[in-house]
Ligand binder design. Structure first.
Ligand code: BGC
Ligand code: NOJ
Length: 823
């Protein structure tokens, strides 16, 4: 069952009922000012950091689920309704929400009064603009009222929901223009140099800034007193809960429309220009911002700029195949989600509260893989920011705050996969851009510039960390956990409430990870390639010798007979082995070792993937492990804490499905690679939205596994490494346009009957118009013609694993016509 449809021409998903199984959200903002917005106008806004600079309040864990947003109310006689249905939930005569790239629209009607709300964050300003158009479709005049409502958060979202003894006394506001512009200035009198505004481009008939005055002390936003009464009270908040609400009385002749523009903005003033008079904030920058969005034409122009920005970004990788679902995911939604994960890391979604995690070291490094082609300059900066939170021994803070860019000491370090992801991200950036200068950038350790090294020096630290932290089997030590945060082999937590991620020693000398071994083989080779590129062949040789040792350990101690072992625990017992009672096989080492090329020539890879198919596959995707843990295993940690079928305990963790799909392409299995791609692909899952529940245009972190009561149900949509890895899989391995250090290579691996396809790829200043003829094959290029010239394919090996056909780069050529014939 569907609750909407894709409008590919408009680059939108159209939701046709407010009652979706879960809130279906969108993200507004591309740079530093962001809003989350659901299909019923729920959500919140922040600047740069969802924890430290939160503009508006949201109540996670609320009943009903999605409560608090930036709401508009229409009062039409005795009827009160909202253009997004919530919070009053008056039945609407029509409703449509369109989520586009960085904007959303809500069109609704009740008793022949129609509203259209367009909301977005303009490219150039730190504000969210909402254009509200009300149309009277009656044959008679209408007199209605429009109310706006936002509830301010007192900036630090964590403190805001805990520290009431202070916070109920700190709230302060100012009002200008008779209430048209409301200033939220809590804590501005002391250490803050920023305030927020909510303004409308018209004179108002009333306003409120005190929540109790507007709602009534015993009401929620579903029944505001002021709306029921048809009159705001012009309240000036002092402490308690400041809000911003406008009241506009609207007279509309038959057929007439009127438009109002609301601007919710963030303003910073220099320290010496904070005040225009004692206790009166300097409003000049706010007025300048508001002045830009006074009329419809300027709002429409700003929206066009946003659309043009996205059109441009999406022209960098564009496919045209005979498969509309693949095209819509590759060309629109998958890349859009990659941008959102790049911006948010794992901080703010409807499942991440914005106060828990900031930027994840491993998460953000992986997000780069799916984002780097879009805006390489931003990727470059991100790599430097991430590397700045590394320690001198190569280990790293697991997370950092986006505002301060400082490592988060609450969680600390000890996640032993982290260092290697830095190589992954840097290598992807250089393969995309050819910009080796990044390796020469001086980058601090733990933000301390006095101990800076070049980025290349950091990568060496990353590499050496793994090379020098190995256990009894010559496999890398796991530390607190590797990619699987829940495999806590040194934790031994016996008491509820202890964090699995921080309890116990950060590292034991015994517990080892075969997954990190796979990473070391893959990213160790990518490190060696960077050494070669910078002329340090001795270091490249040393690196390859270290990689070889770990490769050998992975194919011996890391091999279980039919698949790769997952790990060795603190007692050197196997995890993810046929010897285990539960958790006999895990997905991660099967996918990652094979995509790294481990066991391909020995025939182990083939066996491992066959075991995955036999033991882990379901119709909704590949589960992370089997059999599920039914008991808590002290020696394994959080993985066994989840009920069977959920999350890391045998859920379908979408993030590592693309690893297995890529692994299948390494072996040339186009049918199977695509089958795996399809199972978790939102556009394919759209048809079962009532089972899947989360948004059908983006990936979720997890789909409940076979052991779960709600098998097939998605959770944790949006902020997941699935976005980047799936884009890497489909764009670089399935469709097969892979950026190497020497240029683009072509090496598709597609299912039988997929058919011919075309790709436009902008890369290092040139445009590649690539046409691929399937010619009955699933993998392999037999002929490559570039700008009319037949290319000799005999020596062309694109990268160590996939060995594609390299398109020779020619100095000064900016258009490449590429014809690739498979077979
Ligand atoms: C989740 C993991 C997540 C970790 C973050 C765990 O509870 O299961 O998916 O990575 O928390 O700290
Ligand atoms: C989600 C976390 O953000 C990510 O870092 C981790 O790798 C996965 N969960 C698996 O545990």
């Amino acid at each position: 069952m569907k609750y909407g449809y894709f409008d590919d021409a408009a680059l939108e998903y159209v939701i046709t009922t407010p009652k979706t199984p879960l809130p279906w959200i969108n993200y507004l903002g591309n740079k530093e000012f962001f809003s989350l917005i659901s299909n019923t106008c729920g959500g919140y806004t922040f600047y740069k950091d969802a924890k430290l600079l939160r503009l508006t309040r949201y109540r996670y864990n609320n009943v009903p689920y999605d409560n608090n947003g930036k709401y508009f109310f229409i009062k039409d006689g005795d009827t009160v309704w909202n253009p997004g249905w919530q919070p009053v939930k008056t039945a609407l005569d029509s409703y449509e929400c369109r989520h586009g790239l960085g904007y959303s629209t809500f069109t609704a009607s009740k008793k022949d009064i129609q509203t259209r709300v367009l909301t977005f964050v303009p490219m150039e300003d730190n504000c969210e603009v909402s254009k509200v158009t009300i149309t009277n479709n009656r044959s008679t005049d209408a007199e209605i009222q429009l109310f706006s409502y936002v509830e301010w958060c007192l900036w630090n979202a964590d403190d805001d929901m805990k520290n009431f003894q202070r916070n109920l006394s700190t709230g302060e506001v100012e009002v200008t223009g008779g209430g048209s512009v409301i200033y939220h200035k809590t804590e501005y009198r002391e250490r803050r140099n920023h305030y927020a505004i909510y303004g409308v481009n018209t004179a108002v008939d009333g306003f409120d800034t005190s929540r109790d005055a507007f709602l009534g002390a015993y009401n929620g936003p579903d029944s505001p007193d002021a709306v029921a009464a048809g009159a705001c009270t012009n309240s000036i908040a002092s402490g308690w809960s400041p809000i911003a609400a406008h009241q506009i009385n609207v007279k509309l002749a038959a057929g007439e429309s009127k438009t109002f523009i609301f601007t919710l903005g963030y303003i910073e003033n220099p320290e010496d220009q904070k005040w225009e008079a004692p206790s009166v904030v300097n409003k000049k920058p706010a007025e300048a911002m508001l002045a830009k969005y006074q009329d419809e034409a300027s709002v429409d122009k700003a929206l066009e700029e946003l659309k043009a920005y996205w059109k441009d970004l999406l022209s960098i990788y564009h496919v045209k195949s005979s498969n509309e679902k693949v095209d819509r995911m590759v060309n629109i939604w998958n890349q859009y989600q990659c941008m959102v994960t790049f911006n948010m890391s794992r901080s703010a979604s409807y499942y991440e509260s914005g106060i828990g995690r900031g930027m994840g070291f491993r998460d953000s490094c992986q997000d780069l893989l799916g984002f780097v082609h879009l805006i390489p300059d931003r990727a470059r900066q991100r790599i430097i920011d991430i590397a700045s939170t590394q320690f001198q021994d190569g280990s790293a803070y697991h997370q950092y705050q986006p505002l301060t860019k400082k490592g988060n000491s609450d969680i600390g370090s000890g996640f032993n996969d982290d260092p290697l992801w830095l190589i992954a991200g840097t290598s992807a950036y250089i393969r995309e851009t050819g910009d080796l200068s990044i390796l020469e950038e001086m980058v601090p350790f733990d933000n301390d510039m006095s101990v800076a090294k070049t980025l290349m020096g950091h990568l060496k630290c990353s590499f050496d960390f793994t090379a020098t932290h190995k256990g009894p089997h010559g496999l890398p030590l796991i530390g607190r956990a590797d990619w699987n945060d829940c495999l806590n082999l040194n934790c031994f937590s016996e008491h509820p409430g202890e964090s699995f991620q921080t309890f116990g020693p950060s590292e034991g000398p015994v517990a080892e990870s075969v997954f990190i071994a796979g990473m070391f083989v893959k990213y160790g080779e990518e490190y060696a390639q960077l050494c070669d590129l910078t002329g340090d062949h001795a270091e490249a040789e040393r690196a390859r010798a270290e990689v070889k040792k770990v490769y050998d350990a992975a194919t011996t101690a890391g091999w279980d007979g039919e698949w790769f072992v997952r790990a060795y625990d603190a007692n050197s017992n196997k995890v993810g082995s046929k010897e285990c009672e539960e958790g006999q096989i895990y997905i991660e080492p099967q996918g990652f070792c094979v995509l790294a090329g481990i066991g391909v020539k020995e025939g182990l890879a083939e066996k491992a993937l066959k075991s995955v198919e036999e033991r882990l596959d379901t119709k909704y995707g590949v589960m992370i492990l089997q059999p599920a843990y039914t008991k808590y295993h002290l020696e394994l940690g959080e993985v066994s804490s989840y009920p069977p079928g959920y999350k890391e305990n045998a859920g379908i963790f979408c993030h590592n499905n693309p690893w297995v799909s890529i692994a299948e392409t390494v072996l040339g299995h186009g049918d199977r690679a695509f089958e795996i791609y399809k199972k978790t692909c939102p556009a394919y899952v759209e048809e079962i939205s009532e089972i899947h529940c989360t948004e059908p245009y983006v990936y979720s972190q997890m789909v409940a596994g076979r052991d779960a009561k709600f098998h097939g149900q998605g959770k944790n949509s949006w902020l997941t490494g699935t976005a980047a890895w799936t884009f890497v899989n489909v764009s670089q391995y399935i469709l097969g346009v892979y950026p190497t250090h020497n240029g683009l290579s072509i090496n598709p691996c597609i299912p039988e009957g997929f058919g011919d396809f075309e790709i436009t790829r902008k890369y290092r200043g040139a445009t590649y118009n690539i046409s691929v003829k399937q010619n009955g094959a699933q993998k392999g290029i037999s002929k490559l013609i570039v700008n009319g010239k037949d290319i000799d394919l005999s020596g062309a090996k694109a990268d160590v694993v996939s060995g594609g056909a390299l398109i020779p780069y020619e100095e000064g050529v900016t258009e490449y016509k590429v014809e690739a014939i498979m077979g």
